[in-house]
Design a protein around this ligand. Structure first.
Ligand SMILES: Cc1ncc(COP(=O)(O)O)c(C=O)c1O
Length: 400
């Protein structure tokens, strides 16, 4: 299908762009079709050669000769995300974790070292700390709240600084400007897992990161029924990531690409509402002395200052650090919530809760948590915030 019939409406406002882009005038459909293909069919041998020559000349132009490279459906999603990220290109992967893997695999080789934020998503920790060790790639973890020691951890072998902001479950906000300036000084590549904010609230590539990961499973798709990932890159790392993408065969399927594109139409509307709802719930939670709220809400805190410095908004994911010797009461609090479903993931339209016991936080070095403290993660969904507050209120009676 020719892309000339798909309109990539450009507008100064990203909100308008999302509503009007990718209309399909060939099929006269507001949304582009799902093109499923393993074989990409050509009229002749000359036609395939011509397409391959175009792909060499313009590697981000959507010229494919085999379905593993994508179809017009994935290309449309990539084009929209490239605009949202203000990046050179965006690769799409079957899961968010696939994008994490692709970023690291693309730029590290045996003998290299990487520096990783201590509070990364736990599978990212397992990948870097344990699995990469088997390939002679060494990982050191840095304290997200004290970057004074970051310089000291850099060696001649350090190739990559991998950031996740805020920290997984503990929500530390890092001084991203400082990380970028250290990385530039030592000529080290940088990657960030930006799933919490998405480029709607913070644009890592424009800021100076080389790679930016978003789990599309979360806010991009927004309806808790799709898995996918995106890896935005600058020009410097594009070729390396493209080679790694080809060799690993990490490609998002067209049906999932379609659903993520559909989700993106309302990304701004949903995230604006998640932010408003989360702010109301945070206001309520911040008054309670039974726990510490882990969300950029308290104006004089380090985390608030770091968030305010770099982000234009906050999403719906927050944490509570509960101090209690009575674990049963913490469980009862979580189990008594009626509007918060219990389960992994987040970023869908609905509210969710997750309880992490001390032992489940793994072997993080810099986690500010004692044995009597518990982490509870709340995803604030799109329900009426007054209902969510009433639900939390009734469940809190059980917390001792
Ligand atoms: C911050 C973060 N990054 C990456 C991932 C992985 O994404 P996926 O579940 O799409 O593989 C998750 C999943 O929960 C996450 O929370």
């Amino acid at each position: 299908m020719s892309f000339k019939v798909i309109n990539f409406f450009m507008s100064k406002s990203f909100k308008t762009f999302l509503k009007h882009t990718a209309k399909d005038f060939h099929n006269q459909s507001v949304n582009p079709p799902v093109v499923r293909a393993s074989t990409i069919i050509f009229k002749s041998m000359q036609h395939i050669r011509k397409t391959q020559a175009k792909a060499i000349k313009n590697p981000t132009g959507g010229h494919y000769d085999y379905g593993r490279q994508g179809t017009s459906t994935t290309h449309i999603l990539q084009k929209i995300l490239t605009k949202l990220e203000e990046s050179y290109h965006v690769f799409t992967t079957p899961t968010g974790f696939g994008a994490v893997f692709l970023s690291i695999f693309s730029v590290t080789r045996p003998g290299d070292e990487i520096l990783v934020a201590d509070p990364v998503y736990s599978p990212t920790r397992l990948l870097t700390q344990d699995y990469l060790k088997e390939f002679n790639i060494k990982t050191s973890f840095y304290n997200p709240s004290d970057l004074k020691t970051l310089d000291k951890k850099i060696t001649k072998k350090t190739k990559l600084i991998f950031v996740e902001n805020p920290g997984s479950n503990s929500f530390e906000f890092q001084d991203l400007g400082k990380i970028i300036s250290i990385a530039k000084k030592y000529k080290i590549l940088t990657a960030i897992d930006n799933t919490w904010a998405t480029p709607y609230y913070f644009k890592p590539i424009k800021f100076g990161f080389d790679m930016s990961i978003v789990s599309a499973t979360k806010y991009y798709s927004g309806h808790s029924d799709v898995m996918g990932g995106s890896l935005a890159v600058n020009k410097k790392v594009f070729k390396k990531v493209r080679a790694a993408e080809r060799i690993t065969g990490l490609r998002l399927g067209p049906d999932d690409a379609y659903l993520i594109t559909r989700g993106l139409r309302t990304l701004d509307v949903r995230l604006d509402r998640h932010r408003e709802n989360a702010k109301k719930v945070a206001e309520f939670l911040s008054r309670n002395k039974k726990f510490k709220l882990l969300y950029p809400y308290k104006k004089n805190s380090h985390n608030f200052r770091m968030w305010k410095k770099y982000y234009s908004g906050a999403s719906g994911l927050m944490g509570l650090k509960i101090k209690s010797k009575n674990i049963k009461s913490v469980r009862k609090f979580v189990n008594s919530l009626k509007l918060f479903g219990y389960g992994y993931s987040w970023g869908g339209f609905e509210s969710l809760v997750l309880h992490q016991e001390y032992r489940e936080t793994g072997n993080r070095k810099y986690l500010d948590l004692t044995k009597d403290e518990h982490l509870v993660r709340l995803h604030i969904g799109l329900e009426d915030p007054n209902d969510l507050i009433a639900d939390i209120k009734q469940a809190l009676r059980h917390l001792k």
